[in-house]
Design a protein around this ligand. Sequence first.
Ligand code: NAD
Length: 321
Amino acid sequence: MTEKQSKERRRKVVVVGAGAVGATFCYALAHSGLADDIVIIDVNVNLAQGQVLDLEHGQPFFPPVSIRVGDPGDYADAQVVVIAAGAAQGPGETRLDLLQKNASIVGRIAEEVAEKNCPGVLLVVSNPVDVLTYVVLKLSGWDRRRVIGSGTVLDSARFRQLLGNYCGVDVHNVHAYVLGEHGDSEFVAWSMTHIAGTPIDTYCAASANCTDWNTQRPRIEQAVRDSAYHVINYKGATHFAVGLALVRITGAILRGQDSVLTVSTLVDNAYGLKDVCLSVPCIVSEGGVARIIATPLPAEEQTALEASAAVLRTAIDQVGL
Ligand code: NAD
């Protein structure tokens, strides 16, 4: 690398956790051409080294990008730090045990990132992502805009894919969002769902493709919620689509794109909620969440959002920050 190239380099992404999610994200990010430097950190140093080597062998097929194993010193000039580190649920371990364990892992990483005066954005993907986003926000001591969770960006993609398939419309022209927890209490915001500016119910009532809409509507909502369980039942984990969702979020940050994305963010005095991290539509740009788009919801969706916030508040209280 020439000195000129090294000075120009500034799009550095550090990925903590080189498992299925972290590695898939690195692979997709390398392909995207969005980053100049991809740095991988894992407590399992051999795994990190192996992922780096495997990715490096793909360099003739990627846009130019440097990929290497790093250490906490790399946080000092990273634009984005993605936290995909976590422990798997062990035998006899409860979800609460796992929550405590992962809160301690990501909390320590957040403190290290803050200690290195990282100027960038912290993007959490480890589960339970909303609770851990809150943990990272508190333990980093950072401004709320710079700490985000991948939230329901993945769930919204699943929703759009199912709707596009059912309606026979290019998924890129389906606008639809899943709000609340990335988990069982999430819900689809039908009031925000449209195709070509036409509300989805109106669209489906007029489209010959949309047979049996009244039955399909709840089926699609349930399928979105069950998506992760289905994939996990078949192959043990999800990683391709979440890796791509992470590239979308990272790209919005690196390019200062002002994209509307349902990332998990601290919602405090918006949507009638206080002090909880969950997903609502946000403008995502260079510094993270530039602003929340606070749209009045119909009563049924507002109730669902409040119920989801209550579930998350209970889990946050269990961590005991
Ligand atoms: P994985 O077990 O394959 O990888 C986790 C990695 O984290 C391991 O390599 C482990 O060595 C590493 N690790 C553990 N502690 C660490 C530490 N202190 N510092 C650095 N690395 C550490 O798991 P995965 O399938 O890659 O999933 C990672 C996380 O992402 C899990 O919490 C999973 O539930 C979550 N996930 C989130 C979404 C989402 O949409 N938010 C989707 C899929 C998976």
